[in-house]
Design a protein around this ligand. Structure first.
Ligand code: SF4
Ligand code: MG
Length: 336
C-alpha cells in the first residue's frame, strides 16, 4: 500500500477578543491510497476544523494553522501558494458536507451546476459536458437523469441532493474525498443508501476517503481505520476492527455506550457521557477528558497523557493504558 496523506502535528488556533482557542492540537493522521479513515467525536472536538485545515480553507483571521505539516501525494500542502492550493481543491481533494443545499446554487439548475464543474476541469463542449453530467447522475443512482438535470436544487430530496454532491465531488477523479457528516441530515434508510453508494464508488474509482462523523455506526459501515478526537486531540487511533473489538480509551467507551441500536423509527442516540468538553480557550493541564472520566486519578488532572502505541497499530492517550499493561473496556462506568 502506498501512502497518500501524512499529517504531522497539525495545530489550528482561532483568536478573538484577546482569547485563543486551540481547536486542533497536534493532530497526526496517515492515510494510504484507496483507504477510508474515520474521524469520530462529539461536536466541537475538532473534526471539521481538521478537515477544513486539510483543504487550507480555515478562515484567516480569526483562524490560523499555527503548526504542522500536511504531506499529500508528495507535497507539503502548507508550503503551497494559494494558487497551487486551488489546483489541489476540487481536483485531487474534494469535499462534501452535511447539508448540500448550502453548497448548491438555488437559482441555477442542477444540470448547469454540474456542467460548470465539468467544464472547469475538462475541455469539453457544452453538449459533451451535458452528456457527461447525465452519466454522472446515472453513476450516483439518480433516476431519469435527463429530466433531473433541468430541475433546481429545492426540487430534489435531501438524499438526492447528496447524490448530486457526490457526483460533483467525484467528477474530477480526486485521490481523496473528505466527507463531513454527509449523511447526518438524512433519515436512516437514505443514510444507509448513501453509505452504500460511497462504498461502491470508492471501489470503482480507487478514491481514499476521510469520513467525519459523530456516529460510530458510520465507522463500522465504511472505514478501515479510525481516529477518535476529543478536545482538539486524537485520543485513540487504530483499525476499525480493533476499535470495535477492544477499544482502550474511556472516551471511546462512552461513545460506544451512547450508541443505541437503530430501530425502524431511526431513534436518536442517547447522550451517555455526562458533562461537556473543556473550554479550549483555557490551558488544559491534565487529560482533557479528566473532568468527565469516571476512572480519572490525581495524575490525570496534572499530566497530559501522550498518544502511545500500546500494541500493534493501536495508539491511545490515557494514563491507564501502556505497553506494559492494557486495561480492557469496562462497561457501564458512565451510569454508575
Ligand atoms: Fe480518564 Fe485519566 Fe485516561 Fe484521561 S488519562 S481518559 S482521565 S483515565
Ligand atoms: Mg462538524
Amino acid at each position: 500500500t502506498e501512502q497518500l496523506l501524512d499529517v504531522e502535528n497539525l495545530t489550528v488556533e482561532f483568536k478573538s477578543s484577546g482569547t485563543t482557542m486551540k481547536a486542533v492540537n497536534g493532530v497526526n493522521l496517515q492515510l494510504n491510497k484507496k483507504e477510508t479513515l474515520g474521524i469520530v467525536g462529539e461536536s466541537g472536538s475538532g473534526k471539521s476544523v481538521t478537515a477544513t485545515a486539510l483543504m487550507r480553507l480555515i478562515p484567516t483571521p480569526p483562524g490560523k494553522i499555527t503548526d504542522g505539516k500536511i504531506h499529500f501525494n508528495g507535497r507539503d500542502l502548507l508550503q503551497l501558494s494559494e494558487k497551487g492550493m486551488r489546483g489541489i481543491r476540487g481536483n485531487e481533494i474534494s469535499m462534501i458536507f452535511q447539508d448540500p443545499i448550502t453548497s448548491l446554487n438555488p437559482v441555477l439548475t442542477v444540470g448547469n451546476q454540474i456542467v460548470e464543474v465539468i467544464r472547469a476541469h475538462e475541455k469539453l463542449s457544452k453538449k459533451e459536458a451535458n452528456m457527461k453530467a447525465v452519466e454522472m447522475l446515472k453513476m450516483v443512482g439518480i433516476p431519469e437523469p435527463e429530466k433531473r438535470l433541468k430541475m433546481y436544487p429545492h426540487e430534489f430530496s435531501g438524499g438526492m441532493r447528496q447524490r448530486v454532491m457526490i457526483a460533483i465531488a467525484l467528477a474530477c477523479n480526486p485521490k481523496l474525498l473528505i466527507a463531513d457528516e454527509p449523511t447526518t441530515a438524512l433519515d436512516v434508510t437514505v443514510q444507509a443508501q448513501i453509505l452504500d453508494l460511497m462504498k461502491k464508488l470508492q471501489q470503482e474509482h480507487d478514491t481514499a476517503i476521510i469520513m467525519i462523523t459523530h456516529d460510530l455506526g458510520v465507522v463500522w459501515e465504511l472505514c478501515d481505520k479510525v481516529n477518535v478526537m476529543y478536545a482538539g486531540r486524537t485520543v485513540e487511533s487504530t483499525t476499525t476492527k480493533q476499535l470495535y473489538e477492544s477499544s482502550l480509551h474511556p472516551y471511546t467507551w462512552g461513545l460506544l455506550e451512547s450508541q443505541i441500536t437503530m430501530d425502524t423509527h431511526g431513534q436518536q442516540r442517547l447522550p451517555a457521557i455526562p458533562g461537556s468538553p473543556p473550554d479550549l480557550t483555557m490551558p488544559i493541564n491534565g487529560c482533557p477528558f479528566a473532568a468527565r472520566c469516571p476512572l480519572a486519578t490525581d495524575l490525570c488532572h496534572t499530566t497530559v497523557p501522550e498518544l502511545v502505541e500500546v500494541r500493534d497499530q493501536h495508539f491511545v492517550a490515557c494514563h491507564l493504558q501502556s505497553k506494559e499493561q492494557i486495561i480492557p473496556r469496562k462497561e457501564g462506568i458512565f451510569n454508575a
